[in-house]
Design a protein around this ligand. Structure first.
Ligand code: HEM
Length: 161
């Protein structure tokens, strides 16, 4: 039976919180610089291209925001796989459900972001985007706290089946 340190995963969960803060701050930059239309009305393409060639600053800012959310989804997927695969944590329904909530919220945020583009960013859609960002942030902090609690309550190692 293989084991991995849950302390390592707690660090990963806190790193995910920090990374999400950067994503949110970059989102604020998109808004502050009026770069929301930097990729035109296109999604998932950016001005009709998968990766923009010789982009304007606004395109670069909007494209980077989208790319960062892709990495956020990869991180959330990794967290779900970790909890699904670790036998000792299976009992920890709360942490597992929080990881799933994080994943669903990142996915929802990507859909809301795309709708924002399609609907030309009406105010109510911007508010929904901001609200989901807040919920995602809360869920990530909860995940990190619950993972850290798992560690201090005893098992510093997680069994992998
Ligand atoms: C993890 C994923 C994401 C997070 C946490 C996030 C977060 C944010 C935040 C906090 C803002 C600033 C909102 C404000 O100040 O009112 C923002 C703006 C924006 N985001 Fe995202 N975002 C994500 C993904 C996406 C995606 C995938 C898209 C596009 C497909 C997108 C499109 C936009 C646009 C267009 C704006 C500017 C809206 C405006 O001009 O008011 N976002 N985002």
């Amino acid at each position: 039976m293989r084991t991995i340190a849950s302390g390592g995963f707690a660090r990963f969960a806190w790193a995910a919180v920090a990374y999400n803060l950067v994503v949110v701050l970059w989102g604020a930059l998109v808004r502050a610089t009026g770069s929301g239309a930097g990729c035109g009305g296109h999604w998932p393409l950016c001005n009709g291209e998968w990766t923009p060639h010789s982009p304007a600053i606004a395109t670069l800012i909007e494209f980077t925001h989208r790319a960062m959310s892709g990495l956020a989804l990869a991180i959330a997927t990794g967290a779900c796989i970790f909890y699904a695969a670790s036998a000792a944590m299976k009992a920890r329904r709360e942490a597992r459900n929080t990881a799933l909530a994080v994943w669903l919220l990142v996915l929802a945020q990507i859909v809301v972001g795309a709708l924002n583009i399609a609907l030309l960013a009406p105010v109510w859609m911007q508010i929904v985007h901001l609200l989901v960002a807040d919920l995602l942030w809360i869920a990530l902090v909860l995940l990190a706290l619950r993972t850290a609690a798992e560690r201090t309550e005893g098992s510093s190692y997680v069994e992998l089946v």
